[in-house]
Design a protein around this ligand. Sequence first.
Ligand code: UFG
Length: 333
Amino acid sequence: MPATKGHVLVTGGAGYIGSHTCKALAGAGYVPVTLDSMVYGHPWAVQWGPLVEGDLRDADLLDSVFALFRPMAVLHFAAFTSVGESVADPGRYYDNNVGGTIALLEAMRRAGCATVVFSSTAAVYGEPVVPGAPMDETHPLAPVNPYGRAKLAVEGMLADYGAAYGLRHMSLRYFNAAGADPDGELGEEHDPETHLIPLAIGAALGTRASLKVFGQDYPTPDGTCVRDYVHVADLARAHILALEHLGAGGAPGSLNLGTGRGHSVREVLDAVGRAAGRPVPHEAAPRRAGDPGLLVAAAGRAREVLGWAPEFTDMDALVATAWRWHAAQAQPR
Ligand code: UFG
């Protein structure tokens, strides 16, 4: 038996979901090679294989990485991820998220690497056509911001490269990625932070301001937004399954990754309060522009195609992993 199953190039491997996936890759017998600009990535997050620092649009660098490591496949996470910033500065988003992907796919063609798993998003759907109904992969694709439109453009490119050049591809449409490595080796750290769970934990720890609850009058049971929070370790595992599915000649396509269950902002705050042993300081605030009331995945197709099912289906268990990570970071070192 070979010592490893081979190298896998992980763009954005120093980021939140990318780094958790590198750990899962190493656990499954692969060597993850991280390529990251380190604009938002963290050196401490790269623990399971080499780090190459650089930009995806640097064709010479990409050629040298493919020549040196001969990766059998690419997991493509590298992207800017702030929806609000994408509205304010779409050029930067299309350049990095679409332009970077074109450069990557062309380098893959030159190197003869023909398998890619892409970090897509529920933002490719836009507003639910039937408000409140779970969205499956046949839901109309009508993103409402440049972030979502850039992700959808890449999904289209992958299909075109598949038809023309034989690229094997899978786009994984995450709902709300959340939680931290259950072993406590990795966690979520964005700067600036905009996501609900890290902000709520920071408010409970006293390291951040009181949490603003954006909108109280949505047509949901308690008036606050409902989202489908899926654990980052479950997302990581789905990437390995997608890689192996494509490696075994499985069909390309796009799959939702969610739990199929929604939780309101208030429910999340209650779970964080239970993990913290004290209530999360919070206050009512106006709706945030662009937030739909309810986004929940119909997640059956990933189960059928990949045999994937989330292990973290309980909000308290999910939040506990994030709490442990953030509480440890808040300790003086
Ligand atoms: N929220 C608050 N207060 C905050 C932050 C968030 O009430 O301080 C609420 C939001 O209104 C939303 C929910 O908490 O209802 C979750 O917000 P996040 O910012 O954590 O996540 P989003 O649902 O906005 O974004 C996620 C991903 C994006 C993706 C988007 C659409 O982070 O990458 O889903 O699918 F584009």
